[in-house]
Design a protein around this ligand. Structure first.
Ligand SMILES: C[C@](O)(CO)[C@H](O)COP(=O)(O)OP(=O)(O)OC[C@H]1O[C@@H](n2ccc(N)nc2=O)[C@H](O)[C@@H]1O
Ligand SMILES: Nc1ncnc2c1ncn2[C@@H]1O[C@H](COP(=O)(O)OP(=O)(O)OP(=O)(O)O)[C@@H](O)[C@H]1O
Length: 293
């Protein structure tokens, strides 16, 4: 096999996100349920014979050398060299980006995770998921989750995961038109850092649809980026609206597609908004397993 085209890199929503502490190095200890949804970027991979890793498409605002996809693949190539005692074959990547940056949807991490899974397959590198997670984690806290590939209760800084039964529902997601830099939220003085830890048994799937927990980053993000708070308030008229990740996107669960369409029809014109369905499993997993790519 020399190419893998139309590889999905789905977005995630943080159904709740609690900050329960802080590590000595300043990183925050989180508790969150991560849910995959059926909207995301699309990546295309072609094997190269010269050992080079490169991106063939322009991504506005993200130079090739700083792209998480390219950086993850270079780390994989180094690990390949160490494991197999020869250089990795090389790979060219094209990206169709639709997820907003600084949206809290984990777009960059998802792109990198899809790239690691695809190159591992194309190079027949033989790394396990656990090894791919270790390669990805230093680049993005959400990369291990995307490799894990199913609804998960996530702890630590993103490395400890347990499966949970996710809801089967639709979401309306609003992009409030601002890009939120994650560090600005975590360094804010007024950030809540001492939410009482919850246990996995505390949230059966039914709760996740409604109002389990909160997003501790939402108050700070709304203060620093007012459109975030405005979107939460507007969408809150239709259900339990909440910010995902460190923002800026805001979502609300809907029982069905018709209800989602109804809300979408009302969204003020200055915001982009769309609907998405909850995913039980990362689509790359089944595509690779069944050789469907
Ligand atoms: C909050 C989440 O969106 C939840 O999904 C993610 O954990 C954020 O992950 P991310 O965007 O990949 O963030 P990173 O690029 O890893 O971190 C950016 C910066 O945010 C701060 N940061 C991040 C994650 C974390 N658990 N504690 C932190 O304090 C650190 O200062 C870090 O330098
Ligand atoms: N392939 C990529 N796609 C998106 N952003 C990338 C990529 N590579 C590097 N980046 C950088 O990472 C930053 C964060 O992007 P990303 O879309 O992952 O944020 P996010 O949706 O807020 O994620 P999170 O939920 O993890 O906070 C961008 O502003 C960009 O500079």
């Amino acid at each position: 096999m020399t190419s893998l085209h139309d590889c999905p890199a789905p977005a995630k929503l943080n159904l709740f996100l609690h900050v329960v502490g802080r590590r000595a190095d300043g990183y925050h200890l989180l508790q969150s349920v991560f849910q995959l949804i059926d909207r995301g970027d699309t990546l295309h991979f072609d094997l190269r014979g010269d050992g080079r890793v490169n991106r063939t498409t322009d991504v506005p605002g993200v130079p090739e050398e700083s792209d998480l996809i390219v950086r993850a693949l270079r780390r994989l190539a180094d690990a390949y060299q160490e494991r197999h005692g020869r250089a990795a074959p090389g790979i060219a990547v094209a990206v169709e980006k639709i997820l907003p940056m600084g949206g809290g949807l984990g777009g960059g991490s998802s792109d990198a995770a899809t790239a690691l899974m695809a190159a591992n397959h194309l190079w027949q590198a033989g790394f396990t998921d656990a090894e791919l997670m270790d390669i990805g984690l230093p680049l993005g806290a959400d990369i291990p989750f995307f490799i894990y590939g199913q609804t998960a209760f996530v702890e630590g800084v993103g490395e400890a995961m347990q499966p949970v039964e996710g809801p089967d529902c639709w979401y309306v997601v609003i992009e409030p038109g601002v890009s939120v830099p994650t560090p600005a939220i975590f360094t804010a003085e007024d950030l809540t850092r001492d939410t009482k830890p919850v246990r996995i048994a505390d949230f059966p799937a039914a709760h996740l649809l409604n109002e389990f927990g909160k997003n501790d980053l939402q108050a700070v993000a709304s203060r620093l980026f007012p459109p975030v708070g405005q979107a939460v308030e507007w969408l809150g008229e239709y259900g339990a609206a909440r910010m995902t990740g460190s923002g800026a996107c805001v979502f609300c669960a809907m029982p069905g597609e018709a209800e989602a369409d109804q809300v979408l029809g009302q969204v003020p014109g200055n915001w982009r908004a769309w609907k998405a369905r909850s995913l039980k499993r990362h689509p790359m997993k089944s595509l690779l397993q069944n050789n469907e790519l």
